[in-house]
Design a protein. Structure first.
Length: 408
C-alpha cells in the first residue's frame, strides 16, 4: 500500500496511509451531513407531532431494517467487493436525502413520508455498515488497525460534534429542508474520496471459499468465543438504553429546559464532543490488550452520567454532563469494535462486524420505542433515570464476570 509521510503524532498515525486519509476525510464530511439531517429530522417530527413516542417510532423505523437485514449484509460484505458495495450505498443514501429535501421544501412532507424514507435509509445502512466497518481493515496494515478503528470512531464523533451545532442554527434560521439538501450534497465528498483510492489487488480466494457458507458460520464463530459473546452483550445493553438521552433530547429541550432548536444542536454537539475525546484517547493506546476492561468501565461511567443528566433541570448543567455521557458510551462502542476486528479473521470479518452492527444498531428500535413510550407516561427525566440505573447495574455485572474469567 502506498504510503505518504505526513506529520502525525501517535494518535493520528493511521493518517500517514494515503487510502485511509482519503477515506477518513471523505467520511468526515459525509457523516457531518448525516448528523445534521438527524437533528433536523428530529425537530421536524417533534414540530409536526409534539410526541416523544413519534420520535422513538421514527428512530425505530430507521433501525428495524438493520435488525432484519444486517446479518445478510455481513454475508454480502464477505462475498462481494466491500469497496463497490460501499460506493453503491452512498449513492442510495444521497437519493434518500434529496427526496426528503424536496418534500420538505415544497411543503408536502407528512409524518408517513418521514417514516417511509427512514425505513429505506435503514435498508441502505444494513448493507453499508458491515461493509464500512470491515473495509477499514483493507486500508491500513494490521499493526495500525486498532488506531484506524479508533480514528474512524473519532471521525463519527467529530461529525457528531460539528453537525448538530450547525444544524441547530440552520433549522432556527431557514428550516429543516435546507439541512436535508446540504446532507445530500455531502455524499459527493465521500464518493469522490472512494473513487480516488488506490487499492492493492487482493486475492479473493478466501472469500470465494466462503460462498457455500453464510450467516451461520459467523454466528458459530462468535458463539464459540466467550469474550466475543460478552463484548457483544455489553454492546447490546448500551444499544437498548445508552442512547436514551439523545433520543429524548428534543423533549428535554422543549419541556425541561424550555428552549429551542439552537439548544438542541448545542446539547447534542456537547455529547458528540465528549465522544470525540473518548475516541481520540483510544487512538493513543499502543496496547491492544485490555479492551474488555475499557468496555466494562465505560458502561459503568455511562450509567452514572445518565443518572446525573436525568436529575438536572438547568441547561448549563446539562451541557457539563453530556460530554461524560458521550465519552463513556464511545469507550464501550469503539473498544468493542476494535476488539472484534482484532479477534476475527478477514474471511469472517464482514459477518462478525454485521453481528456488531445488528447488536448495536439493530437493537436500537426496541430501545427507542421503549424509551419513547415510557417517556409518554412517566416523563423524559424519569425514563433516562431508569435507563442509567439499568446500564450501571448490568455493566457492573459484566465487569465482575469478566474479572472472574480473567483470573481463571
Amino acid at each position: 500500500m502506498p504510503l505518504t509521510e505526513v506529520p502525525c503524532t501517535r494518535t493520528f498515525r493511521s493518517l500517514r496511509h494515503r487510502n485511509f486519509r482519503l477515506f477518513y476525510f471523505g467520511q468526515l464530511i459525509s457523516i457531518t451531513g448525516i448528523w445534521m439531517q438527524h437533528v433536523a429530522q428530529a425537530w421536524l417530527v417533534y414540530r409536526m407531532t409534539e410526541s416523544s413516542f413519534m420520535l422513538g417510532l421514527v428512530s425505530a423505523t430507521a433501525l428495524v431494517p438493520i435488525l432484519l437485514f444486517g446479518l445478510p449484509g455481513g454475508v454480502l460484505a464477505d462475498r462481494l467487493s466491500r469497496y463497490r458495495l460501499f460506493i453503491v450505498t452512498q449513492l442510495l443514501a444521497m437519493i434518500q436525502a434529496f427526496t426528503l429535501c424536496v418534500l420538505t421544501l415544497a411543503g408536502w412532507v407528512q409524518i408517513w413520508h418521514v417514516l417511509v424514507l427512514a425505513f429505506l435509509l435503514g435498508l441502505v445502512h444494513a448493507l453499508e455498515m458491515p461493509a464500512r466497518h470491515s473495509f477499514v481493515a483493507e486500508l491500513v496494515p494490521r499493526e495500525d488497525l486498532p488506531n484506524a478503528v479508533a480514528l474512524n470512531s473519532s471521525q463519527i464523533h467529530l461529525a457528531r460534534f460539528i453537525g448538530p451545532a450547525i444544524a441547530g442554527w440552520l433549522v432556527a434560521w431557514v428550516g429543516e429542508g435546507l439541512v436535508f439538501l446540504i446532507n445530500g450534497m455531502t455524499f459527493v465528498a465521500v464518493i469522490v474520496a472512494l473513487l480516488a483510492l488506490r487499492l492493492p489487488s487482493r486475492a479473493q480466494a478466501a472469500r470465494h471459499e466462503q460462498r457455500s457458507r453464510g450467516v451461520g458460520e459467523g454466528l458459530r464463530f462468535a458463539w464459540r468465543h466467550l469474550d466475543i459473546r460478552g463484548v457483544l452483550s455489553m454492546v447490546g445493553r448500551v444499544s437498548l438504553v445508552g442512547t436514551s438521552a439523545a433520543v429524548l433530547m428534543p423533549v428535554f429541550v422543549a419541556q425541561v429546559f424550555h428552549s429551542g432548536a439552537q439548544s438542541l444542536g448545542l446539547l447534542l454537539g456537547m455529547m458528540g464532543g465528549g465522544s470525540l475525546v473518548g475516541a481520540l484517547m483510544l487512538a493513543r493506546r499502543k496496547k491492544t490488550v485490555g479492551l474488555e476492561s475499557i468496555v466494562a468501565a465505560g458502561g459503568i461511567v455511562a450509567g452514572v452520567a445518565l443518572i446525573l443528566f436525568a436529575l438536572t433541570h438547568t441547561l448549563w448543567l446539562a451541557l457539563l454532563i453530556l460530554p461524560a455521557v458521550g465519552f463513556s458510551l464511545t469507550m464501550v462502542i469503539a473498544s468493542s469494535n476494535a476488539f472484534l476486528q482484532l479477534t476475527t479473521p478477514d474471511s469472517l470479518r464482514g459477518r462478525v462486524m454485521s453481528l456488531y452492527t445488528v447488536t448495536f444498531h439493530g437493537l436500537m428500535p426496541l430501545g427507542v420505542l421503549m424509551v419513547g413510550a415510557l417517556a409518554e407516561y412517566v416523563g423524559a427525566s424519569l425514563t433516562v433515570m431508569v435507563c442509567g440505573v439499568f446500564l450501571f447495574l448490568t455493566a457492573s455485572v459484566f465487569a465482575f464476570a469478566f474479572r472472574r474469567v480473567a483470573h481463571t
